[in-house]
Ligand binder design. Sequence first.
Ligand code: DGJ
Length: 706
Amino acid sequence: MNIQVSGQLFLLSTQNTSYGMEIYKDKLLECYWGARLTRPEDIPHGDQLPVEGGHYEEEDKKPNVLQSYPPSGGYFFDENCLKITYADGCRDTNLYYDSFRIEREADKETLVVTLKEVVYPLRVHLYYRVYAGLDVLDRWAEIEWQGDEPIQIEKAGSACCYPPVGRGWRLTHMSGRWAGEYRLERAPLTGGKVVMETRGGESGPYSCPWFALDRGAGEESGGVWAGSLQWSGNWKIAVELNRTEQVNVTLGINDFDFGWLLSKGETFKTPAASLVYSDGGFGGASRAFHEYQAEYLCPQPKAGQKRPVMFNSWEVFEFDIDVEQQMKLAELAASIGTELFVMDDGWFGARDNDRAGLGDWFPSPKKFPNGLHPLIEKVNSLGMDFGIWVEPEMVNRDSDLYRTHPDWVLSCPGKPKTEKRNQLVLNFAREDVKEFAWDFLNKLLSENNIAYLKWDMNRYLCEASWPEVPKERQREVWTRYVYNVWDLFERIEREFPHVLLENCSSGGCRMDLAMSARSDMVNTSDNSDTLDNLKIFEGYTQLFLPKTSGRPVTISPNGVNGRSLPLGYRMDFAMMQTMIIGNNLFKCSEEELAFMREKVALYKEIREVVHNGTLYRLVSAYEHPYAAYEFVAPSREEAVVFVFGQSIQFRRSVHRLYLPGLQPHTLYSVDGGAPVSGLGLCQAGIDVALMADMQSRILRIRKTEA
Ligand code: DGJ
């Protein structure tokens, strides 16, 4: 990593990539984003930069299409990053270069460039950060106001970035819904603008704050320009191919219903946008994001530790739980090798169904007459850790909490309150609401031996009024809500560092890099169908670490699409992530229990490679009647390959698999077979037969002697 400055040019370099800017005619312009360069002078700059053309006055020759942080103002009409309404009613902002500084630390370097408004006492500090050994560049902005009268920020983007000029681009992004998250979408980029966004107060599931642009890259080859926004609320990524044939990508908090009042001396800091360039295709871009999370972003040291095999009975029993039944389930779960027993929804207050009790965080006197300790002690005596479910942001109307604090929910005064899943949203922007949640969480985690907390969130935000604050502050609710959720996640990580924290939102409806930084696990979907999950896995792992995802192996036919799949197939899929089992163990035969025990034992043997290894998506479930994935251990002496048939056609439909990532001159055996070199595995490949639909194979590649 390093930051070089030469005259008016800046060159920021990561391990394999570079990013270049120029101060040109008082503006900061983004001139280069691509493979690593060594000289700032090599980036396109000065008169080489595109201008709008057609006019010959000096003013017209000033390039404005590559601005680092284009504000709404002046003769500029592309997507912008900043919109401000000043106290006098003016809504135009014009930013010019002011100064820069560099902050150097052992593991990272940051360039801070300050822009200033032409008239108003407004400064924007642009941050560009690179990390030792990583291929990610983080960008964010801090907006500083020094005027006497407060200003209203209407839009505060994090960054605007530019892949190389020209046409022929393809945009990849994700779309989704409940039970169908992280699905890849890919289409040519034509002139105009594509907007990806969310407006329900969460980062998902209709999209995921991630994009990738390429001009013909493959999974393991070709240039990919990708980025992601570290924000857990409403976000917007706009990709625009403009009239100069230049693509601009703006990433930031969604300006939909956004507002922030900034008073004298205050600063508004935007979330970071993380940018990646890879010439190793989509796989290379994913791995850059994965390494960034494993080594820097995710809570440490947990990020590098292996995850326990879990059991969770939600999909089988839902609210129908009690102490006796959970104890019996725990015995069976322990007998198949489970290491962590998680009790889901239904343990508290009057929570016998989803119509009551949410918000009353004390053990149900009916189901747990002696509290949680007897169950936790039982679980611990079986050699397992104990985990528990909570949903701190929500309340049922039929709850003591709502009866006591009806004013705590998001709603427009005098208007009906929209309920979803019979619940209302607590206004987490309020400090007293946040402190209420912290008090019960702190008590729960301090008074009980809890090793795992599943934080759920089961509806979107709407009617986001906040009558207790002045009207010019009310739109801050969306943003402050996210800050306070983050704050509690951070407090849990800080005060209870041994606790693994699961981020769940009706499955995977709120996952983004900011949540990666504040939690350890994600329930990727409420959909437990493996065929659907192959596609979810491919989308999810474009950005996120595979081990952070978990999806219980549960009832078949599953509750979402009614499809039945073999138990082995479902368990093999669970091994590519953190394994969670959720079957009705009471109904399993001895043979089934023994089968699961065997699978769990195999998983324990390979999980080190899966959890800390490097992922290669060999064959995509989107494109073939089968899918294959490879995990290579950090030592590169071992790998595990997973193959899943979907609908096997014409008998031999699995073609040879070519295995990248191994040491070329080391000899390996595939499932104990004859030695073959890493070069051979990569170039000549291996043959894997799947003879029936819904068959799966796990192949173990291990270093061997000649
Ligand atoms: C939604 C989650 O995704 C499920 O796993 C489960 O925890 C339920 N909520 C409980 O209400």
